[in-house]
Write a protein that binds this ligand. Structure first.
Ligand code: SF4
Ligand code: SF4
Length: 406
């Protein structure tokens, strides 16, 4: 990594003030080039992890205070799109059409992670993240260099052997949530995913892991993306099947356009006019589904229940045209950092304009750049979308999530 193409850096005191107000969890490790604890003895490693957990908890209240004020601070959640490459050809997504040539090499990812502050949560996604043969190594780097408390990986579940091997061989000390996308039963799912074996492959992956969840320190969830009316009819079928396996069933409503997976790169949607959920869904059926999903979410453990209920209620309100409910300061480019396959740092799911490139610039340069400051102004003006991957960090760090308690 070099600074061959530095962006101008803001130095108006605003970033510094908040940066200092909210010291990053385990700040001592940030300035320590030996933050990676893989060389430590088990006892020293355990001590370092405990110290970090305590530090994260101690700094959380101030971090929340800043998030609620919409202030700039160090990120605490990383969503890393490892590649846009994908072995599916979904009808609602252009990711599989995007080039993979500029994807970062493992050594480049190691350099970038080394330069990032530690994170509470790291989410590895794609494209299909498991098409990268070095996925396990990238995951290991995320653990050792970013020291998350929790890992999340999303996958279409096609590469059963690779996924199962990874789950068994990974460092299990940090819990992993593996989200497999299945939009309906058999042929329906195959059509949506553009692969005649899509359902069988994803289901084999679930079956291979299901009985070993505890041993593997693994949570399994299935994300059902609702793309059309036939997808609404698949909801109960999916629910019955997954209930038998005891696997959590999430529904997410597909949105019409996404800047992240669009063929048009560096795109910023006008959230007022261009952010639309799928518009040909039968409203009555959709509201009925959301009601049922919310009722079922009440049976989940509390830390998962609130997030599900929060998302489902917000989705319902937005479908009703009410954007005022649950609209705390969005955490895109604040506590939530996104990283694209080539090292670019985009704003969010609906704004892929890059504020810098971590393969060419240091994290500090990018995070404090004029481009980042300009985009944060856009974030503050934004009307508010309802993509689950964006909603979650905002709900948690602003504590707006607590509104889902009742
Ligand atoms: S939705 Fe997911 S699985 Fe489907 S093409 Fe896009 S990245 Fe691949
Ligand atoms: S609410 Fe946040 S994540 Fe959603 S479009 Fe606006 S800035 Fe992006």
């Amino acid at each position: 990594m070099s600074s061959s193409r530095p962006l101008p850096v803001i130095d108006n005191g605003e970033f510094e003030r908040h940066h200092l107000d909210v010291p990053h969890p385990n700040a001592q490790f940030i300035s320590n080039p030996e933050r990676d604890d893989s060389h430590r003895s088990p006892v020293a490693g355990r001590f370092a992890r405990t110290a970090q957990l305590v530090w994260k908890l101690v700094t959380l209240p101030r971090s929340i205070q800043s998030a609620r004020a919409g202030a700039v601070q160090s990120p605490r959640v990383l969503t890393h799109t490892l590649t846009f490459g994908c072995n599916a050809k979904c009808v609602m997504c252009d990711s599989w059409k995007l080039p993979t040539k500029g994807d970062l090499a493992l050594a480049e990812i190691a350099m970038i992670y080394q330069d990032l502050p530690p994170m509470d949560v790291v989410r590895l996604t794609g494209g299909e993240p498991f098409v990268r043969k070095d996925f396990s190594e990238i995951y290991g780097l995320a653990l050792s260099k970013l020291r998350p408390l929790f890992m999340h990986v999303s996958s279409n579940g096609f590469l059963t052997d690779r996924i199962v091997d990874f789950c068994c061989q990974r460092d299990r000390r940090v819990p992993l949530e593996l989200a497999i996308s299945i939009d309906g039963i058999a042929e329906y799912h195959n059509e949506i995913r553009g692969n005649s074996r899509a359902f069988d492959l994803a289901w084999s992956t679930l079956n291979a892991l299901n009985d070993r969840r505890k041993e593997l320190n693994l949570s399994l969830v299935v994300n059902q993306t609702i793309v059309n009316n036939a997808g609404l009819d698949q909801y109960e079928l999916m629910h019955d099947r997954l209930e038998q396996l005891g696997i959590e069933h999430h529904v997410v409503i597909a949105y019409k356009e996404s800047a992240t997976y669009s063929l048009e790169r560096e795109r910023r949607l006008d959230i007022q006019t261009e952010y639309n959920s799928v518009d040909d869904l039968d409203e009555e059926k959709l509201f009925d589904l959301l009601r049922k999903a919310e009722a079922r979410a009440h049976g989940l453990p509390f830390h998962r229940r609130w997030m599900r209920i929060y998302y489902l209620r917000g989705a319902r309100e937005r479908l009703r045209g009410n954007k005022k409910t649950n609209n705390p300061p969005c955490q895109a480019l604040h506590t939530h950092l996104r990283l694209f396959p080539n090292g670019d740092v985009p704003v969010c799911q609906f704004n892929s304009q890059s504020v810098g490139n971590l393969n060419r610039q240091s994290f500090d340069e990018v995070w404090k750049s004029v481009a980042a400051a300009e985009q944060r102004k856009w974030v503050r003006r934004c009307d508010g979308c309802w993509a689950e991957c964006e909603v979650a960090p905002t709900a948690v760090y602003t504590l707006d999530l607590l509104s889902a308690r009742s």
